[in-house]
Design a protein around this ligand. Structure first.
Ligand code: DX5
Ligand code: ZN
Length: 216
């Protein structure tokens, strides 16, 4: 499978969100990446259900939601009702991660699990064959436009090895500080889905940047 690109709307112009949604719709992007922050798990608040309700009307590609919130179990049905295709929770927020993952799947969504930069890959040993995607945070979650943490390359290679050895079919997603300078090496290390916010929407030509992230 060739890699996917999921532009993060966190870096979009919220005063003119439809314009940026249309850019993604007509670009080579594969998914919309939606960052949900609660100001508790991460030191920032992004957007919630009213915004998601509006954007789903215009988005013509699968919605990939990244929940940076405590107690995500409380809202799983809401995300299902919003048409979320892939729902990713943070390992650090789920005491009963196995239950959460099974619940997401029983609701008909793909289940993703995200790891903060300090969380080692081995914590996924017992759940790697149950999940559809692992999101490696290559910055500390909470903000866009941060610097990529180089240690993430090693972590992605470890995760790729774990996936192959376990027979898991989980995709690897990387999020934070991704741009055209590191995308090639990330895909080479095993990444299946590149998330990119600032580098896409902060560029003069977002469609062209998406094209560059898809084809190198
Ligand atoms: C950070 C978010 C990211 C963010 C990435 O907590 O999970 O999805 O939008 O932004 P960039 O690509 O600008 O680092
Ligand atoms: Zn994200």
């Amino acid at each position: 499978m060739s890699h996917l690109v999921a532009p993060s709307l966190l870096a979009a112009d919220f005063g003119n969100l439809k314009k940026d949604i249309d850019i993604v719709n007509t670009s080579q992007a594969d998914w919309f990446h939606l960052d949900i922050m609660d100001g508790v798990f991460v030191p920032n608040i992004s957007f919630g259900f009213p915004v998601l309700e509006s954007l789903r009307k215009y988005a013509q590609k699968p919605l990939d939601a990244h929940l940076m919130i405590v107690n995500p179990d409380k809202f799983l049905e809401n995300f299902k009702d919003l048409g979320i295709f892939n729902l990713t929770v943070h390992y650090e927020t789920c005491t009963h991660l196995h239950r959460t993952v099974q619940k997401i799947k029983s609701l008909g969504m793909k289940a993703g699990v995200s790891l903060n930069p300090h969380t080692p890959v081995y914590v996924l040993d017992e759940i790697i064959t149950d999940v559809d995607m692992i999101l490696i945070m290559s910055v500390n979650p909470g903000y866009g436009a941060q610097e990529f943490i180089p240690q993430s390359f090693k972590k992605i290679r470890k995760l790729k090895k774990l996936i192959i050895e376990s027979g898991s079919r989980a995709l690897i997603q990387v999020d934070g500080g991704v741009d055209v300078s590191n995308a090639g090496e990330l895909v080479e290390a095993g990444v299946d889905v590149l998330v990119a916010g600032n580098t896409v929407f902060g560029s003069d030509n977002p469609s062209e940047t998406i094209r560059a992230l898809k084809n190198f």
